[in-house]
Design a protein around this ligand. Structure first.
Ligand SMILES: [Zn+2]
Length: 232
């Protein structure tokens, strides 16, 4: 009976479809992870930024060191007792105050640099940790995925052979009608009828239609979804 063969073909095709979907998912998970690649690029950016920021604050650090050296010289002079002239003493004190202000201003600038650098470093560390975790997870999942891939691949080979055998029993016109329906009906061309309900569209069928589907030699289509009805 043609409908039974069409139904068998539908079952084989459904089995192929689900395995192909699973195989695509498995291969997707085994393949390059877009999130991981994006994180890798972000890490490179952050690594560069860490270096750039260290370079940017270098002149400020040098400036502070220079000011400290100058301050040390003046302080040694002031407190060393070598200056006795009151005017000279006043000038040196003024210089001391000026240099201290300068140092304070530069230290504020350095602090800003440090805060930014810390944030960058923190983001860099978090990204690195996330990458390590994702990679570890992928590594652990790999053996199962690879085994799964092989099983699916073998099953698909077997199903392809089965499909050829089942399809060879059908006439060319039936096959093309089946294929067209499969394409327009989300992969399902043949629908079982269970308790008077078409399992393709879930609608209740008139009993005459079910009866016709059961006894007809040729395919009978569901009056609402047009799928070929199979009454077991
Ligand atoms: Zn239907």
């Amino acid at each position: 009976m043609t409908v039974l063969q069409l139904y068998e073909l539908q079952q084989v095709d459904t089995a192929i479809d689900t395995r192909e979907k699973s195989l695509a998912e498995v291969r997707n998970r085994l393949g390059e992870d877009p999130a991981l690649a994006a994180l890798g690029r972000r890490i490179q950016e952050l690594e560069k930024r860490v270096k750039d920021e260290a370079l940017a604050r270098r002149p400020v650090e040098l400036e502070i060191r220079g000011l400290e050296e100058r301050l040390a010289v003046i302080e040694a002079r002031l407190y060393g007792g070598s200056i006795t002239n009151a005017k000279e003493l006043e000038a040196q004190n003024e210089e001391l105050t000026y240099l201290k202000e300068q140092r304070s201003a530069q230290e504020d600038r350095l602090l800003e640099f440090m805060v930014t650098s810390e944030e960058t470093q923190k983001e860099f560390d978090v990204a690195r940790k996330t990458v390590a975790e994702i990679e570890e997870r992928r590594k652990r999942a790999q053996p199962d995925l690879t085994a799964n891939e092989e099983v699916l691949h073998r099953e698909l080979e077997r199903l392809a052979e089965e499909r050829v055998a089942v399809a060879s029993e059908l006439a060319g016109s039936e096959l093309s009608m089946y294929e067209a329906l499969r394409k327009s009906r989300g992969g399902q061309a043949v629908a079982r009828v269970e308790r008077g309900i078409c399992e393709g569209c879930r609608l209740s069928l008139p009993s005459t239609e079910v009866q016709r589907a059961r006894t007809s030699r040729g395919p009978v289509h569901c009056s609402s979804c047009r799928r070929i009805l199979f009454v077991p």
